[in-house]
Design a protein around this ligand. Structure first.
Ligand code: SAM
Length: 426
């Protein structure tokens, strides 16, 4: 990453960049660009569609696509490895940060151009109207990746982009701009000699929801918890099960991430700032295209045997209505009263950061058996480490595996597995 810090020296902005690439002119019209230029006319920008790339955990792309369709049914998307491409007006694209709970970051594609040498990169970047998007004082960091391209050296690509932005400032008579403004991240992706420039609209990674949450050992990421819940809702629908008035039981709730996410799935995130709020472009407030997001969880029930984890969950959920927390070992807990529509979830210990006695397979099979005794669920979803070979677990009577997804959970190879827990005819 080539960041503003590297240039916070008095001489920054006073270097003669034309000396670096003497044959290159520093001017370039926006129409020289292949991709989306930056229109300066507000009205036009309000109605124009821009390309956004919604980054999600590899393996969760279809879940994020389904989540997107719930909030914006008319917004199509192209599903790619690692994310979704969406064409949307600026206001809608920015708003996705507030409503989607499964992505990790949302990028706005600014421009694409063919590029096989550094002078060309410099020329294109210094010709781009950064001032339409970012404050001159923004602390811009460039993050480069390269595959199948002649320009390969990441640091040199990032350095060139930085130098080109400074050249742009000089050209506009702002050579001494002090980089004390908001932070901005620009992603520079070179693929097969085409350079794609994207502006990060999220800022801090999206699993950070902005509320101070007490953490217990080995918490699941908020985006992962939201993805499992969203996926379970989709699978329930496919099975003809209702998504309404579901009681959600987290058998090993730790600090309560699943329960917090269940409550927030259908709400906008209002508790944090996003990078787009510091952009120079001011967009009209987003027209609310949001359709009815039914499928609320009517009651949230959590168990944890660890006193510290239980207390963290209590704190984190103290203002959330309809919560019931049990400081108890799930394996010996008193059974809950019958409820027709109950789902069980858990991110149990993996025997890595939190240890398990008696072996993973026995522990997880006991978890499934006790889920039946304590909760009599209709649907169950778990995160198991692949080392436990979840596909070989012995299932309680009447249970069926509906789907299994492999992904990496904080560097550990994990499977998310969803089971139907009742015989089909019931
Ligand atoms: C990986 S953590 C779960 C993290 C949680 N999903 C979160 O995000 O905070 C596993 C949790 O299971 C709890 N646990 C382990 N065995 C248990 C049992 N038999 N009954 C209840 N809780 C248990 C541990 O105390 C720990 O908090």
């Amino acid at each position: 990453m080539w960041a503003w810090e590297a240039f916070c020296r008095p001489e920054a902005g006073t270097l003669d960049w034309t000396r670096l690439f003497p044959s290159e002119k520093l001017t370039l019209g926006a129409d020289d660009m292949l991709g989306v230029g930056c229109g300066s006319k507000r009205a036009k920008m309000d109605h124009e569609n821009f390309e956004f790339f919604i980054i999600c955990t590899p393996g969760f792309e279809d879940i994020s696509a389904s989540e997107l369709a719930r909030w914006y049914p008319s917004l199509g998307c192209k599903v790619e490895r690692g994310g979704l491409t969406v064409m949307a007006p600026l206001a809608t694209g920015f708003q996705l940060n507030r409503v989607l709970k499964t992505p990790t970051r949302i990028l706005l594609r600014l421009v694409s151009f063919g590029c096989r040498d550094f002078p060309k990169l410099f020329k294109k970047i210094s010709g781009f109207a950064w001032e339409d998007w970012l404050d001159d004082r923004s602390r811009v960091s460039f993050h480069a990746t390269s595959s199948g391209s002649r320009l390969k050296i990441k640091t040199r690509i990032e350095e060139t982009c930085w130098e080109a932005r400074v050249a742009r400032l000089r050209k506009r008579g702002r050579p001494h701009a002090r980089f004390e403004g908001p932070k901005a991240d620009v992603y520079v992706r070179l693929t097969d000699d085409v350079c794609h420039l994207s502006l990060d609209t999220s800022g801090e990674i999206l699993h950070k929801r902005g509320v101070r949450v007490l953490s217990a050992e080995a918490p699941v990421r908020e985006t992962t918890a939201a993805a499992l819940l969203t996926w379970m809702q989709d699978l329930a629908k496919q099975e003809g099960l209702s998504n309404d008035a579901v009681e959600l039981v987290d058998a090993m709730c730790g600090s309560g991430t699943f329960l917090i996410e269940a409550r927030g799935l259908a709400e906008e995130i209002k508790s944090r700032r996003f990078a787009f709020e510091d952009f120079k472009v001011i967009v009209s407030p987003c027209e609310n295209q949001i359709v009815n997001l039914s499928g609320g969880f009517s009651r949230l029930i959590g168990f944890d045997r660890d006193a510290k984890a239980f207390s963290a969950a209590e704190q984190n959920l103290r203002e959330v209505p309809n919560v019931e927390l049990h400081h108890a070992d799930f394996f010996t807990a008193v059974a809950l009263p019958d409820h027709t529509c109950r789902w069980v979830v858990a991110n149990p210990p993996y025997d890595e950061r939190l240890s398990i006695e008696g072996g993973l397979k026995a522990f997880y099979e006991k978890l499934l058996t006790e889920a039946v005794r304590v909760a009599r669920p209709q649907l169950a979803g778990f995160l198991f480490p692949e080392s436990a070979h979840p596909e070989n677990l012995r299932l309680p009577k009447g249970w069926r595996k509906l789907a299994l997804k492999k992904f990496s959970n904080g560097g550990i190879a994990v499977s998310a597995v969803v089971y139907s827990c009742r015989p089909k005819a019931e």
